[in-house]
Design a binder for this molecule. Structure first.
Ligand code: NI
Length: 256
């Protein structure tokens, strides 16, 4: 069974067929799925999906690009959501400097606060980091993020940086980019990182792997990603599925 560690089925891209898609996951060998919150609203809908489907789990958190919506009262609400028994991680949280807004100081503030929250709750974190490699790493180090661990999702930095995160106790999330023609950097990351530290993810509805690049993504495309990792690492497809599922179960403390 494949473990999908990062998807957004609450996204409006799935409004037409969300229920039929989710209902057919397990027949298609997707055995576990974490629906990741990226705002207060999507945290709420992620928990609703987790309540509806036994194999779905939720992450509760506010994405850096949405961090301007946070204030103390809303942060308190977020803390309460994290206590839900199917919330397995705090995320996705981090820094995104691709866009100018919200300003970096605000992003850093709420990233640090959510890291602290995860540490208080002893839950792992799901990190989103784009064009902000150094600041992300520095904040994670300063707040001892390694105490709870987690995953750097949709990893987009160098192989050397990946190994720094692994040394901190983190997993590396590998998605569709590894199949792209211009995905050489990601393939170097997969080469460098031990399979025991790799998680499978799609970030659905975004980032479809080849041969579906540009189309709506879904967890059904995970085998293309697993096969690519198998090719790079010289492992069988079955080994990659088994090992990455064990990794995710260990991280999220989910028994089979
Ligand atoms: Ni995401």
């Amino acid at each position: 069974m494949i473990f999908e560690t990062h998807a957004h089925y609450d996204d409006e891209a799935f409004d037409e067929d969300r229920d039929s898609l989710l209902a057919s996951m397990q027949q298609n060998k997707i055995g576990f799925l974490v629906n990741v919150g990226a705002s207060l609203k999507s945290t709420r809908s992620s928990i609703q999906l987790a309540e509806q489907y036994p194999f779905v789990y939720a992450a509760a958190g506010v994405h850096p690009s949405e961090s301007a919506e946070l204030n103390e009262a809303r942060f308190e609400w977020l803390r309460e959501q994290c206590a839900h028994q199917k919330v397995v991680a705090v995320g996705e949280i981090g820094l995104d400097y691709y866009w100018d807004e919200p300003d970096h100081a605000l992003q850093k503030k709420w990233f640090a606060r959510q890291l602290e929250l995860a540490k208080t709750l002893r839950k792992p974190v799901i990190i989103h980091s784009r064009d902000a490699a150094k600041d992300t790493y520095d904040i994670m180090e300063a707040y001892h993020a390694g105490d709870v661990g987690g995953v750097v999702h949709c990893f987009s930095y160098s192989a050397k940086m990946a190994l720094d995160y692994v040394a901190m106790g983190f997993y590396i999330g590998v998605g569709g980019v590894v199949t792209f023609k211009n995905g050489r950097k990601m393939r170097e990351v997969v080469e460098a990182v031990p399979i025991e530290r790799i998680l499978l993810e799609t970030d659905s509805p975004y980032l479809s792997p080849e041969p579906y690049r540009g189309k709506r993504n879904s967890s059904f495309h995970l085998p293309y990603i697993a096969q690519k990792i198998a090719d790079i690492k010289g492992l069988s497809y079955e080994e990659v599925v088994m090992l990455t599922t064990e990794n995710a179960q260990r991280l999220y403390q989910i028994k089979c």
